[in-house]
Design a binder for this molecule. Sequence first.
Ligand SMILES: Cc1cc2nc3c(=O)[nH]c(=O)nc-3n(C[C@H](O)[C@H](O)[C@H](O)COP(=O)(O)OP(=O)(O)OC[C@H]3O[C@@H](n4cnc5c(N)ncnc54)[C@H](O)[C@@H]3O)c2cc1C
Length: 458
Amino acid sequence: MRTTVLQSGNLPISKMWPRIGDEIVADERFDAVVVGAGPAGTAAAYTMAKGGLKVALIERGEFPGAKNIFGGVLYRKQLEDLIPEFWKEAPLERTIVEQRLWILGGDSAVTFGHRNLKYKEPPNCWTGLRVKFDQWFAGKAEQAGAIPIYETVVTELLLENGRVVGVRTDREDGDLRANIVVIADGVNSLLGKSLGIHREWRPDEVSLAVKEVIALPKQTIQDRFNLEDDEGCTIEFVGHMHGMAGLGFLYTNQDTLSLGVGVMVSDLRNKRIKPYEVLEGIKRHPMIQRLIQGGEVKEYSGHLIPEGGLDSMPPLAGDGWMICGDAAQMVNAVHREGTNLAVTSGRLAGETAIAAHAKGDFSAAALDEYTKAVRDSFIYKDLKKYRGVHGLLAMGASDLLFEKFPQALNDAAYEMLLVDGVPKKVKQKAAVGHLRDVAGGNWKLLRLALKGWRAMNG
Ligand SMILES: Cc1cc2nc3c(=O)[nH]c(=O)nc-3n(C[C@H](O)[C@H](O)[C@H](O)COP(=O)(O)OP(=O)(O)OC[C@H]3O[C@@H](n4cnc5c(N)ncnc54)[C@H](O)[C@@H]3O)c2cc1C
């Protein structure tokens, strides 16, 4: 099938096969096909195209980012490994100079944080919006030579004698053949399931996040968060979420705030609470309410986050395929890192594909180099460190860990800081008593602290 040409940068608006600067043949063979133009897929496509491979980047959205949301914090190091000084041209919101953690009680908070202007030079991380960032990043892959095929859903993998040889799409004559398929289709990963390498995630392996983008004048944001120019601030919070395991976030963009909560699906199901009810409760909390006051909600969206950790990670490679990013459960929920794991896994898959093409070997053994590279990287090491966290959260103690303890900590702090003539020794006893009573005794408190320590240091 031959069709007309689309220019570089044009978004494919019909079911024609797009090809830059030439006619295309729908059933032509690619060195590699990448499914999904999120951070993982685009990093893989960019790496392979730069390495001289003929790559198709397939995305179901009208354009990359059209269907994607995140908090979102983007990190320098992993993207810089691909595109040096990318921040000089990428559409980023604010350079983060302060990160805060709030432990919420009903109407109070115990707060921690770190502000340091050293985070500006070199930058450490930024806030961003996927709708802008993903388009820019995919544009870099296109410039490197990847062929964009958007508004196209990959419906299944093509298999021959047990090896993946391409993809079937929802386009007319929609098969694309390739030596390697990089699966980067995100948390639901229908393709991963179709390969049998993972099943439907259990409700305790994923959290459901909802997010609002709230518009406020730039100066108001800067005044409320004590920021200048392009400086940014992030706030993460736990507690005050109906006793469910969850993390909330409030991030500063140029003239909007990103406010959201992500709560474990098993807890939402058990408590029969809807995620937007959690978000509404958070918006009424006095610590949050005064920061978003007067803002106008511009967007509302929801998305799953894979939180199973290392024990939920599927096999990463097989005959003719590799799997990256969220599709492979590569999220470090403790540090709210996902995009950097996605970018690095995409890059490593891309580098493995280049080496495989040099040898002409696309077997599981050849592509297993990708698994080894992931194991040697921070992805595996960080997920290994926090391996026990999932078990801790899944042990049915959400109410204790995410509601009663945060409240007890707030009560204890109030007790200690209130100057009312009561001797400090008595106060200290009462403050510790708040925590001990919630845990159910000194031993239980100690055991829980030990479990927590082990979970964070696997
Ligand atoms: C609310 C929220 C807040 C987050 N906050 C942060 C944060 O602050 N910092 C951070 O680093 N990470 C954060 N994350 C995690 C981060 O967004 C993900 O880890 C990261 O986006 C994973 O990238 P990916 O490319 O693997 O998957 P995705 O970004 O999900 O991309 C997958 C792509 O595949 C496409 N696709 C899916 N199926 C098909 C198909 N069959 N055919 C064609 N295309 C398909 C999708 O449209 C999508 O574009 C957050 C996530 C959420 C939901």
